[in-house]
Write a protein that binds this ligand. Structure first.
Ligand code: ARG
Length: 458
């Protein structure tokens, strides 16, 4: 008796351990579409009768309706979504249901379902990324003249405009878009018909199922197809890179909304209060965006690790490929839409940004550049003279951009006769606008870049 109970408990545990249905039910729609395509092809090839196909198709649509209405009962014993759908189908239509799995294996079935899922997610994520790029470009076009300290090492470096800073992010997310697009194109191939690992003796038409499912063509090697999860790794990597960018802008939003910066204020909707300190407004949303990047990296590394030692072809280890992808997809979807809203609704404090430029001698490089261009000095000499001017400004407790001609001239003997136009060159806005090189920060160049983005966004 005791032994029997133990055996039953073990069997139940084993079923639970083995099953994936509780998470791969996410693929029900892809599974049913894949099965309908497969059945249509079997009929067209004369492998099953039209009557069988009709019953299969109607039955599958009923299963789909049952799942969508919440009526369908998922059971661990079904192991995975593929078995769950097939066994319910057979319950509903009887014998014909048993013919569906002709010339197919769960190995190509799961590869096919998962590829469809990833393919469709590539597209929907691309759309969301584009919306985010648009949000950054919109904000950029409002701030091509707003000065903000450009930093390196988180230290004031050179004045740039805030629009230009936003464009840097637009560029990152545009590359992300292109990465999803390139993965989409590479992985737009149908796995169905690869069967267990080596193809099938049945006279199937893989081009037909590929067309029916909207893929560009079938994969070329069955053995590779049932073993391969590169497409899943690619989306995990692309999501990780996009989340890294989301995390970097989030970090800046957190810094910029701090008391020390006060460059912007996050809309009340996206900031929360403290449970103990009534005066506080916490940037929980960007903090979470930054934090969630960790789990997404984890999902990528997990799947890399799962895949690294697998002999060809299918191994059950591969069942571990899905949860991480589902999780990363959900994470990026919510993160992209939330970030877009945060950016749209935040209040930019132009005065504080511009005032911050008045500390740290942001136009120092402009003096050095002036001496090189107008006085034909070697850059290193100009660098040391500029250092003296910085020293002078510090002594006078002024920013370099605020020095008058006399103060500049008296900083170093070599510039005691420097032209009065230098004062204008040290002006912060002039400094920003002087950077007219291709890809530079001048308002003019920034507008050129915005125009390029607008063309891309159409
Ligand atoms: N649930 C399995 C997975 O997700 C489906 C493939 C199972 N194939 C097999 N031969 N056990 O990987």
């Amino acid at each position: 008796m005791k032994e029997q109970i133990l055996k039953n408990t073990n069997a139940k545990l084993l079923d639970e351990f083995n099953a994936s249905v509780m998470f791969d039910k996410e693929l029900y729609d892809q599974d049913i579409r894949g099965s309908i395509a497969h059945s249509t092809m079997l009929r067209d090839q004369g492998i099953i009768t039209s009557k069988d196909h009709e019953e299969i198709e109607l039955g599958l649509l009923q299963v789909k309706a049952e799942i969508e209405s919440g009526e369908f009962i998922f059971k661990i014993e079904h192991e995975d979504i593929h078995m769950a759908v097939e066994s319910r189908l057979t319950e509903i239509i009887g014998e014909a249901g048993k013919r569906l799995h002709t010339a197919r294996s769960r190995n190509d079935q799961v590869a096919s379902d998962f590829r469809l899922y990833v393919k469709e997610k590539n597209i929907s994520i691309m759309e969301q990324v584009k919306i985010l790029v648009n949000t950054f470009v919109d904000l950029a076009s409002k701030h091509t003249e707003t000065l903000i300290p450009g930093m390196t090492h988180l230290q004031h470096a050179q004045p740039i405009n805030f629009g230009y800073h936003m464009l840097a992010y637009a560029n990152m997310f545009k590359r992300d878009y292109e990465r999803f697009e390139s993965s989409y194109k590479r992985n737009d191939v149908s796995a169905l018909g690869s069967a267990a690992l080596a193809g099938t003796p049945h006279n199937i038409d893989r081009f037909k199922t590929s067309d029916l499912l909207g893929f560009s063509k079938p994969t070329s090697c069955a053995l590779d197809t049932v073993s391969d999860r590169d497409f899943a790794l690619e989306i995990l990597f692309n999501i990780s890179t996009a989340m890294m960018h989301i995390s970097r802008i989030s970090e800046e939003l957190i810094l910029w909304s701090s008391y020390e910066f006060q460059f912007l204020r996050m809309s009340d909707e996206y900031a929360t209060t403290s449970s103990i300190m009534p005066q506080k407004k916490n940037p929980d949303v960007p903090e979470l965006l930054r934090g969630k990047t960790g789990r997404v990296y984890g999902n990528l590394i997990s799947l890399f690790t799962v895949m690294k030692g697998l002999p060809l072809a299918y191994n059950k280890d591969t069942q571990e490929d899905k949860e991480g992808v589902f999780d990363s997809v959900k994470t990026i979807e919510i993160s992209l839409s939330i970030l877009s809203e945060v950016i749209k609704t935040m209040i930019v404090n132009v005065d504080n940004m511009e005032n911050a430029c008045k500390v740290g001698h942001l136009s120092a490089t402009d003096l050095a550049d002036y001496l090189v261009t107008k006085e034909n000095m070697p850059f290193r000499t100009a660098y040391y003279i500029t250092k003296d001017v910085v020293k002078k400004a510090n002594e006078l407790n002024k920013d370099m951009s605020e020095l008058n001609l006399e103060e500049i001239r008296s900083s170093n003997d070599e510039i005691k006769n420097i032209s009065e136009e230098i004062v204008m060159y040290l002006d912060l806005r002039a400094s920003m606008n002087a950077r007219t090189s291709f890809g530079g920060t001048s308002t003019k160049q920034t507008k050129v870049q915005i125009d390029e983005f607008k063309k891309w966004l159409i």
